[in-house]
Design a protein around this ligand. Structure first.
Ligand SMILES: [Zn+2]
Length: 336
């Protein structure tokens, strides 16, 4: 077969384009599921400005990745299932998908909420999994920034502390919160916070973001899921988880995407299917209000852009928008 010079140069151009754009070529279709190597990391691709990750709810024990000898190995029981329940509820209510990233293997093998050295203990197979985890979160971030310009990231965990409440982690210690709101609004706290993406919008004092009327903890507590910090419980007491590696990487250093960690209690939140479904509903309602109040945009895209599926789903919009209009004077949309 004769290969002409022109054909060869065309091949080279195509090959070069393939290499230089390898990262950009990877596209993810909302509603589809993608996996990393050996299906250890699962990515439910989304189209909403909300990213949810569950790093410690995995059960699988692949033979080719040895158990780690040092670190924390606690299994956050039910958090993988809770993330899936929240995904299902949001789709049911909006016809759109949040981004959900799940680590399916046990924390004994890898800790997807640590930097790579502690996370993988030097094992090369585990390092591939760790990179898959961050590749998918990175892809979700790109989609959020491209479509909406800002958004929210939550790293979902489960604690075993005595007090049954949600621990909302913004990278402050329990002691940090034992100050007046005025002090909490100071530069030192702003600089440390995982809500950089919201602080940059500068719509409300910082203390309102974490324990005001429309803080996520307050909204969840109003729906039957006590949380701290919140308006109801403004000062966490120890033991309290302040937020870890993912919260720092995708919240504090997340650019226009604000982030936090939620450490969930088990009973009534993630202990069975009924609890998880209830919490998922509470989370959806809270997020809907939170986005309007704090980001000044709806969680779901405008009605005209909604999919056909959504038109058949009843929207609890009236209550939420009336509340929003009353407190923030944002323009209420007409409910059908
Ligand atoms: Zn955890």
């Amino acid at each position: 077969m004769r290969i002409t010079a022109r054909f060869l140069s065309l091949l080279l151009i195509v090959a070069a384009a393939g290499v230089s754009h390898a990262q950009q070529v990877e596209t993810f279709v909302p509603g589809q599921t993608y996996y990393g190597k050996d299906k250890h990391i699962e990515y439910l691709a989304g189209d909403l400005p909300f990213i949810l990750s569950a790093p410690h709810g995995g059960r699988e024990k692949p033979d080719d990745i040895p158990d780690r000898k040092e670190g924390t190995f606690a299994f956050d029981i039910g958090t993988q299932e809770l993330a899936r329940a929240i995904h299902a509820e949001i789709f049911k209510q909006t016809g759109h998908y949040p981004h959900v990233i799940i680590c399916r293997i046990t924390r004994r093998k890898i800790d997807c909420n640590r930097e790579i050295v502690e996370a993988c203990a030097g094992n090369k197979e585990a390092e591939v999994v760790w990179h898959d985890w961050h590749r998918f979160i990175g892809a979700a971030r790109e989609q959020v920034l491209k479509s909406r310009g800002r958004g929210l990231y939550i790293d979902l965990h489960g604690h075993g502390h005595k007090v049954g409440q949600l621990e909302m982690g913004y990278l402050h210690s329990a002691e940090d919160y034992q100050v007046a709101d005025k002090e909490l609004n100071g530069a030192q706290f702003l600089a440390a916070s995982s809500l950089q993406g919201l602080i940059a919008l500068n719509r409300r004092p910082y203390s309102e973001l974490i324990r005001g009327d429309f803080a996520l903890g307050t909204l969840l507590a109003e729906r039957g899921f006590p949380a701290t910090p919140s308006k109801q419980r403004p000062e966490p007491t120890t033991p309290y988880f302040r937020g870890g590696y993912n919260t720092s990487r995708y919240g504090h250093d997340g650019g226009p995407i604000a982030g936090l960690q939620i450490e969930t209690n088990s009973r009534g939140v993630r202990d069975n299917d009924v609890s998880r479904a209830k919490f998922a509903k509470g989370m959806y309602e809270s997020l809907q209000i939170f986005f309007e109040a704090q980001f000044n945009m709806p969680l779901s895209p405008p009605a005209a852009a909604k999919s056909a599926t959504q038109t058949s789903v009843a929207q609890p919009c009236c209550a939420v928008q009336t509340q929003c209009a009353r407190r923030f004077r944002c323009r209420p949309r007409r409910c059908r």
